[in-house]
Design a protein around this ligand. Structure first.
Ligand SMILES: NC(=O)c1ccc[n+]([C@@H]2O[C@H](COP(=O)([O-])OP(=O)(O)OC[C@H]3O[C@@H](n4cnc5c(N)ncnc54)[C@H](O)[C@@H]3O)[C@@H](O)[C@H]2O)c1
Length: 259
């Protein structure tokens, strides 16, 4: 079903990070599409492209470009394609993260230099790299949304180097908000509760985490892609026009509970 109230009608929004039907970016894309956004997608590689096309089939023919965010030339090409085709970009959703699986299993102290740099590069620096290229296209103002997790502010068993990368990501959001604000570009992070995705399942004892949140969160459940999609639409739309540099928790209230 299309169109709730056209909150994003006429807006060109770049969605980075749809891997499959479970991806948070897929939930955000669907919510934005229902609100009338004109979506542009990226995929990491050919495998992801196939699955992107499958999960977006209901949206008709989509516009999609390859972009491995560790590759500056790929990012340059992406933005030159968008510039040529659309001229203006209004929104960017960055739902990308990666850490080596051994760095999410073993002790944090054993993180290798390589593993540390890779997690920071893909999960944090990529936001800076893509936003810098988005800036000249956001001539009518814009909204940038990234995804983070509470492991940035609390030490959580097994989240390890990803928690450090998320802390750096949240700090980057504040610095970018400060620099981009004068151009009416807002930058915010959505801190999602645990949700079963391919990335989520890479975290140790993930199903235990889901059970604890379901039992102890005020709403007595875990978040859904619809919960995250709704808040992302709010962040991408004019409804949140005065909000920037924030980390918004969408976790059924779990972060507000002491025990
Ligand atoms: N699942 C959770 O519990 C949870 C909770 C809070 C935050 N998040 C964050 O949400 C975001 C989306 O993750 P998800 O849970 O939807 O998992 P996902 O595995 O569906 O999405 C991760 C995406 O990152 C992309 N990616 C990884 N390396 C890349 C690279 N080098 N270049 C381009 N793309 C690359 C993958 O292709 C994939 O599309 C991530 O930032 C994740 O940390 C997830």
């Amino acid at each position: 079903m299309k169109c709730m109230s056209d909150l994003l009608k006429g807006k060109n929004i770049l969605i980075m990070g749809v891997r499959n039907k479970w991806s948070i970016a897929r939930g955000i894309a669907e919510a934005a599409w229902r609100e009338g956004a004109n979506l542009i997608f990226t995929y990491q590689g050919d495998r992801e492209k196939e699955s992107l096309l499958k999960v977006t089939a209901g949206m008709g023919e989509i516009e999609a470009y390859p972009c491995d965010v560790t590759n500056d030339e790929a990012i340059d090409l992406l933005f030159s394609n968008i510039k040529e085709k659309h001229g203006v970009l209004h929104g960017l959703v960055h739902a990308i993260a990666y850490a080596k699986s051994e760095d999410l299993q073993d002790s944090f102290l054993n993180t290798s230099r390589d593993g540390f740099m890779l997690a920071m590069d893909v999960s944090c620096y990529s936001l800076v790299a893509v936003s810098r290229r988005a800036l000249p296209l956001m001539t009518e103002g814009g909204s940038i949304v990234t995804l983070t997790y509470r492991g940035s502010v609390k030490a959580m068993q097994g989240y390890n180097v990803m928690g450090v990368a998320k802390a750096a990501l949240e700090a980057s959001v504040r610095y970018m908000a400060l620099e981009m604000g004068p151009k009416n570009i807002r930058v915010n992070a959505l801190s999602a509760g645990p949700i079963k995705t391919m990335s989520g399942k890479g975290v140790q004892n993930f199903s235990d985490i889901l059970s604890v949140v379901e039992e102890r969160s005020p709403l007595k459940r875990n978040v859904t892609l619809e919960d995250l999609g709704g808040t992302a639409v709010y962040l991408l739309s004019g409804l949140s026009s005065g909000l920037t540099g924030e980390v918004i928790y969408i976790d059924c209230g779990y972060n507000n509970v002491g025990l």
